[in-house]
Structure formats: structure tokens, C-alpha cells
Write a protein that binds this ligand. Structure first.
Ligand code: PMP
Length: 360
């Protein structure tokens, strides 16, 4: 089979070793003569998967004991509603740091439940897209929590600052979880859809600090209630068992290659190879300031957008898939999550160089 590199922003590549293992054990998992998708989530075999995957994630992120790890449904967007409904309590506002498309979407959902203080932080630096430093974010005294999205998947913007606050910090890590080291103890809630750095779509990881439980609004659906999910060990209803199992395999793979610290090094190398090439070329450009460039999602534009369609067609034929930028930004976007090997980024750069030579 031709070598294919998939640059999709999500659902995204899953490590090749994990896919091979899943294929081998698909119809006879653990010697049971059946697949992991076809067994009860309450049986001892699946409970063992659930426990091991949680432990592996705890090890990978050094999650302190006073945090619960939940394996939920609904994607990150379900959390856009779950977060305010679980955390507002009596408060009527929360700070929503708005650094791009996804943070803004979360704030819009929160408007159904409170009056979010939407803190615009987008700015321009040296003619490039950037965000204001945390010292300039206008937070409100009444906020129940501060929500932000450290990696904006569509805009290709990364926010490295944490909000300067003593309120619980809530972070949408959908497109950056496990890509770089973080200190979980600085957050109140972390959530992430699985379909980028964790596994298949359909699973959402929520990491919630113990003292934030018990503030849920009455109208909160039980399925989104963190306290219910903690009590039921993420099995209030039938969880997405296959996605959970595969996520567990991705965690094992990540541990086997040296964990998040090693992954971060590899991700920095990959991103540098791509940004360096874009920066040295007059044919391509990336509009994000170096301080805020995403390690995971690299949008880039051709100087002559009339060549976009040809670029995408030829890239696809060369096995470089799903490079079309999001319609909001246009141009191209290469998502280079954990599962993308350096060779994939090098293959992309080689193709970009060839295309430039042939079309300048
Ligand atoms: N937040 C971020 C940062 C995302 O990238 C996405 C999906 N691309 C979402 C939220 C929405 O995720 P889901 O489709 O899982 O609801």
C-alpha cells in the first residue's frame, strides 16, 4: 500500500502501531473469541481496560489524587454546556478568554446559562496574528471560573500563558492534550475530545478537581453531571467502549516511547521543520506570530491562492491527505498531532518544495 500521511485536524491519525495491534485483536480480543466492542462494559475484562487506561493517563499527565478522570460522551461541545452547568453554582458569570473560533464557541454556549464575560485577546504583533499577554486579560471579580482554549485548532494559535487568577481555570485541551507537558494542579477542569491526540471520536476526557463537584445546577442532565459520572466511574450509561479501549492503547504506546516529555520534544522538532520551511519560502506564508504558533495545527497560505486547488489535488495524489484549511481561515492546514511521525512532516516539506519549484 502507498504510504499515506493524514493531516486531518480530527478525526486524526492514530499511531500506526496501535492500529496494527487493534487490527490483530479485532475479532479475538484477549483470547475471548470476540471483539472488545462486543462485551459488557460491566464485565471484569472491560473494567480492567477502564482501570488500566485511567492509570496510564494519570501516569502520563502526573494527575494528582484530588482529581477525577472521566471518560465521557458528547465531544468537547457537550463540555461547552457541561462546564457552566456544573461549575456556576449561584454565580451568573464566568470569564471566557476568547482567543479564536473554539473559545468563542464555548462562550456562545455559556450564554444560555449565564452572562459570560467574554475577554477578547486577539491582537496583531509585527503584522501577524497574536494574543495579548495574560497580564492584560480583563477578568471579572464575579466570575465563577475562567475558561480558555490553549490551542485553537482552526486558527493555529497557541496560548502559552495561563490566566492570572485564583478562580478555577477550565481548559479545552482538545487539540493539545498529551502533546506537551502541563501541570494539572494549575487547572480546575481539563476536557478534551479524543479524536486528535487520544483516539477515535466519540470519547471525551474530563479531568476535574474534587472540590469543584457538588455545585451543579438542578437542570443539568445527569449524563453531563460530573458528580454522577464520578460516582458511577464513567458508567452511568453505556460508555463508548471501543473508543475507550483504543484510547487505552494510545496511552500505552505513548508511555512506551517515553511519555509526554519525549512527545513534546518530537512535536517541537516536527513543528520547527515545517515553520522553518514556510518562513524561508516566499511562496508560502503562515500569518501567526512566532510567539503564538501552534505546535499541532499549522495553517499556511499560498502566495497565489489560485493555485490552492492544484496544490491540494497534487498533495492528495502524493499521499498527503486532508490538507485543506478550515473554511473560516482558508488556504491549507497541516495538523501534526502526536501520531504524525517526523517522516510525514518531511514528506510534506519535500512536496511543498517541489510544488514551489514547479509553480514559481
Ligand atoms: N474545541 C476544540 C479546540 C476543537 O478543536 C474542537 C473540534 N475540532 C472542539 C472543541 C469541538 O469538538 P467536538 O467535535 O468533539 O465537539
Amino acid at each position: 500500500m502507498e504510504q499515506v500521511y493524514n493531516f486531518c485536524a480530527g478525526p486524526a491519525m492514530i499511531p500506526a502501531d496501535v492500529m496494527k495491534k487493534a487490527q490483530q485483536e479485532l475479532i479475538n480480543w484477549n483470547g475471548l473469541g470476540t471483539s472488545v466492542m462486543e462485551i459488557s462494559h460491566r464485565g471484569k475484562e472491560f473494567i480492567a481496560v477502564a482501570k488500566q487506561s485511567e492509570q496510564d493517563l494519570r501516569d502520563l499527565l502526573a494527575i494528582p489524587d484530588n482529581y477525577h478522570v472521566l471518560f465521557c460522551h458528547g465531544g468537547a461541545r457537550a463540555q461547552f454546556a457541561a462546564v457552566p452547568l456544573n461549575l456556576l453554582g449561584e454565580a451568573d458569570t464566568a470569564d471566557y478568554i476568547d482567543g479564536g473560533y473554539w473559545a468563542h464557541s464555548a462562550a456562545e454556549e455559556a450564554e444560555k446559562y449565564c452572562q459570560p464575560n467574554i475577554v477578547g485577546i486577539a491582537c496583531e504583533r509585527d503584522g501577524k496574528k497574536a494574543v495579548l499577554p495574560a497580564s492584560e486579560w480583563a477578568l471579572s471579580d464575579e466570575a465563577a471560573f475562567v475558561h480558555f482554549c490553549p490551542n485553537e485548532t482552526i486558527d493555529g494559535i497557541e496560548i502559552r500563558d495561563l490566566p492570572k487568577t485564583d478562580k478555577p481555570i477550565v481548559a479545552d485541551l482538545s487539540s493539545t492534550i498529551l502533546s506537551r507537558e502541563i501541570d494539572v494542579s494549575q487547572y480546575g477542569v481539563i476536557y478534551a475530545g479524543a479524536q486528535k491526540n487520544i483516539g477515535p471520536a466519540g470519547l471525551t476526557i474530563v479531568i476535574v478537581r474534587d472540590d469543584l463537584l457538588g455545585k451543579a445546577r438542578k437542570e443539568l442532565p445527569s449524563i453531563l453531571d460530573y458528580s454522577v459520572q464520578v460516582d458511577k466511574e464513567s458508567m452511568f450509561n453505556t460508555p463508548p467502549t471501543f473508543a475507550w479501549y483504543l484510547a487505552g492503547e494510545v496511552f500505552k504506546w505513548l508511555k512506551s516511547i517515553g511519555g509526554v516529555a519525549e512527545m513534546e520534544k518530537r512535536n517541537m522538532t516536527k513543528a520547527k521543520v515545517l515553520y522553518d520551511y514556510i518562513d524561508h519560502s516566499d511562496f508560502y506564508r503562515n500569518d501567526v506570530h512566532a510567539d503564538n504558533r501552534s505546535l499541532m495545527n499549522v495553517p499556511f497560505q499560498l502566495k497565489d491562492p489560485s493555485l490552492d486547488a492544484l496544490f491540494l489535488e497534487q498533495a492528495d495524489a502524493a499521499g498527503l491527505k486532508a490538507l485543506k484549511g478550515h473554511r473560516v481561515v482558508g488556504g491549507m492546514r497541516a495538523s501534526i498531532y502526536n501520531a504524525m511521525p517526523l517522516e510525514g512532516v518531511q514528506a510534506l516539506v519535500d512536496f511543498m518544495r517541489r510544488f514551489e519549484l514547479e509553480n514559481s
